[in-house]
Design a protein around this ligand. Structure first.
Ligand code: NAI
Length: 336
């Protein structure tokens, strides 16, 4: 069986090839790797393939799904947890098999969240450059002790819980907001309404999925409800945050810090080397001008352990498709 792998970086090839071995050491499936993002312009690359394997910024809207189906594609394998980029209703209508990787080292994203908070709070990114330049002044590097501060976790699922455990371990008070509160979270923190979380937290960290209900969850009103000088962290999906509203909150000095690993318009930027080009996205470029903003390019998941898990689970999902057996990672999740 041939599978077209889109948005394939060298590390994807390496991890998928390593997982794609049968007991007799031969490759189980034939992967065709493409650097290109899957969209209406690149869909023809999947010609002759029975499945496509995609990542967070591949576009699987109804038109792309119909084109894939017309070419003979019958399965969509997501190398990620979120499936906001897939028109699930269209996929169901076409009878496509859709499977994702619901969990792969939630600690990887939680630890990256911590890295962002610590970097921005203690300005280690600026200190690194300063010291290398022979400047040992401390002015401008003043941080705050996190012990005793309040951290609000929006979405206390796997990643939110792992993040809450880290901050709890650092001596922070942890608040959580989730329509399905978990007892595991409530063992270390208090479940509260979103307004309470926003009003009380020194750091607000987003860990809920992007859905029509959570789109621009953090808008002008939510930002106004946050504590003056608080930090907003988003390692979940860019669309959770209204970036224009965030820029206004930064300009008014109400929002103290912003750390993001995801950005609503990231698909034209992230996972690409644009260093020799002029970047036309003026909203993104405005963000880059703030000294209290830290951006990473969707690398929360990017650990060796997580890549290995993603590849192994993707191969397992593919095995279910090939064998016609029920897949526990089907999208939408099986009822019950
Ligand atoms: P999960 O499904 O275990 O947890 C998500 C939680 O959000 C659930 O408990 C759910 O009830 C809750 N939720 C749903 N709607 C909500 C709302 N309106 N307000 C508050 N909470 C709400 O998912 P997991 O594994 O923790 O992943 C969370 C998100 O992290 C994913 O949806 C994905 O977008 C993002 N992610 C980012 C990565 C990165 O590299 N930066 C890597 C992996 C995931």
């Amino acid at each position: 069986m041939k599978i077209a792998v889109f948005s394939a970086r060298p590390y994807d090839r390496q991890s998928l090839d390593a997982a794609n071995v049968r007991d007799d050491a031969r490759a189980a499936f034939e992967f065709l790797y493409f650097d290109a993002v899957l969209d209406a312009h690149t869909v023809a690359l999947a010609q002759d393939c029975e499945a496509v394997c995609v990542f967070v910024n591949d576009r699987l809207d109804a038109a792309v799904l119909e084109a894939l189906h017309a070419q003979g594609v019958r399965a969509l394998l997501l190398r990620c947890a979120g499936f906001n980029n897939v028109d699930v209703a269209a996929a169901q209508r076409l009878g496509l098999f859709v499977a994702r990787v619901p969990a792969y080292s939630p600690e990887a994203v939680a630890e990256h969240t911590l890295a962002l908070v610590m970097t921005l709070n203690r300005q280690t990114h600026r200190a690194y450059n300063r010291v290398r330049d022979g400047n040992f002044m401390l002015d401008g590097l003043l941080g705050r002790t996190l012990h005793g501060k309040t951290v609000g976790i929006v979405g206390t699922g796997q990643i939110g819980l792992a993040t809450a455990r880290i901050f709890h371990g650092m001596g922070c008070t942890v608040l959580g907001h989730d329509p399905c509160p978990s007892t595991a979270f409530e063992a270390i923190g208090a479940s509260v309404a979103l307004e309470v979380l926003l009003a009380r937290s020194d750091i607000v960290s987003l860990h809920c999925p992007l859905t029509p209900q959570t789109h621009h969850l953090i808008d002008t009103a939510a930002l106004a409800a946050m504590k003056p000088g608080a930090m907003l962290v988003n390692t979940s999906r860019g669309g959770l945050v209204d970036t224009h509203a965030v820029i206004n909150a930064l300009k008014s000095r109400h929002l103290g810090h912003l750390a993001i690993d995801v950005y609503e318009q990231e698909s034209g930027l992230f996972f690409q080397d644009r260093s020799g080009e002029i970047i036309d996205d003026e909203v993104f470029q405005r963000l880059m001008t703030f000294p209290n903003v830290l951006v990473t390019g969707h690398q929360g998941f990017f650990t060796a352990e997580a890549l290995q898990e993603i590849a192994q689970i993707t191969l397992r999902n593919l095995g279910h498709f090939a064998a016609g057996t029920p897949c526990p990672n089907a999208v939408p999740p099986p009822a019950g």
